[in-house]
Structures are given as C-alpha cells and as structure tokens.
Design a protein around this ligand. Structure first.
Ligand code: ADP
Ligand code: MG
Length: 166
C-alpha cells in the first residue's frame, strides 16, 4: 500500500515485521557509500527490524542486533559496509563526535541512524528520512521523505521499486 504525501514523499503501511523487512530490503540495492537513512519513531516502532531488512538486502549474514548499548554496530560482510547507530543513550550533541558519527556518515558505507530526532541539527543535509509510527491496529506507518538531492533521488527510486515501476 503506497500513498503519496504532499512534500514529494510517500507513505507505506506495513502490516507486520516481515513486510517492514521486505520494504527495507528493496532499498538496499539503491544504497551507495555515503548514503544516510535517519529514523524517527518510538521504542518498538520497528527501526531495528528495518535495519535487519537493509542488512539482508546487502547480503549481510551476521545477525543484526540493536546498538542501543554500543551506540554503533558495523557490518562488513555485505555488498557495502553498514553502519548502524542508535543515539538513544546520548545526552548531548557533542557526544556525536566522540562516537565517530561525522566521520562515519561521510565514509565508505551506508549509515542508518535510530533516534536521529534527538539531534536534528546534526543530521547530514542529504539523507532519507523514515518516520515510523504504530497505527491503532498495530500495523506500522512508514513516512518516507528525501532530504537534499541525493535523499530525494533515493526516496523516488525506492518508491518506484516498491510500487513496481522499477
Ligand atoms: P525499534 O528499533 O524501533 O525500537 P524494533 O525493530 O527493535 O523497534 O522492534 C519492533 C517490534 O515490533 C518487533 O518485535 C517486531 O516484531 C514488532 N512489529 C510488529 N509489527 C511490525 C511491523 N509492521 N514492522 C516492524 N516491526 C513490527
Ligand atoms: Mg532499535
């Protein structure tokens, strides 16, 4: 189910965890070094499930777990390195430097960021934003929005893939 929203973004209703992983896996082939996906959404929304789908789509075989306690977990056994941040436990934007955030987003892989909404000012200018919310029937609503030229291109290409146009 794919609906287009006002700002050129689009919305997907995901009925279960597998559907979220499948949608995320369809994004994986489009990702290039330096691409960034920022998530917003409450605890349990499905951000880590989404990341697992991207990892599967990149051919990563290692189990992808939540980086809540590590802040950053990285995977190097796929088509592209995958960097998975969870900023939940950071208290201050100055700590982003300490955990290597700015180097990583400019680096050799794709970076996925949970709890990006804590530090909106620090997020890169070019990125794909995925806001996940839980609907009353417990399905998840994914609101996708591309920021900057690269972000918009990713949002468009991914939406096309999901709606069968590419
Ligand atoms: P987060 O990283 O956002 O805190 P997780 O991805 O770790 O959340 O957990 C999401 C939980 O919600 C999982 O237990 C998953 O099975 C469940 N779930 C139920 N429906 C969905 C859905 N449509 N998409 C993603 N996860 C879902
Ligand atoms: Mg998580």
């Amino acid at each position: 189910i794919l609906e287009h929203s006002e700002q050129g973004g689009w919305r997907l209703v995901s009925p279960d965890a597998q559907a979220t992983k499948d949608a995320a896996a369809a994004l994986a082939p489009l990702l290039c070094a330096g691409d960034v996906v920022t998530f917003s959404g409450d605890l349990g929304a499905g951000k880590t499930q989404f990341t697992q789908g991207v990892a599967a789509g990149l051919g990563i075989g290692a189990p992808v777990t939540s980086p809540t306690f590590n802040i950053l977990l990285e995977y190097h056994d796929g088509r592209l390195p995958l960097y998975h941040f969870d900023l939940y436990r950071l208290d201050d934007a100055s700590e982003l430097e300490d955990v290597g955030f700015f180097e990583t987003v400019e680096g050799d892989g794709a970076t996925l960021v949970e709890w990006s909404e804590k530090f909106p000012e620090e997020m890169p200018d070019e990125r794909l934003e995925v806001a996940i919310s839980v609907a009353p029937d417990a399905s998840r609503v994914l609101d996708v929005c591309g920021i900057g030229e690269r972000g918009e291109a990713l949002a468009r290409a991914w939406g096309d893939r999901l709606s069968g146009h590419a």
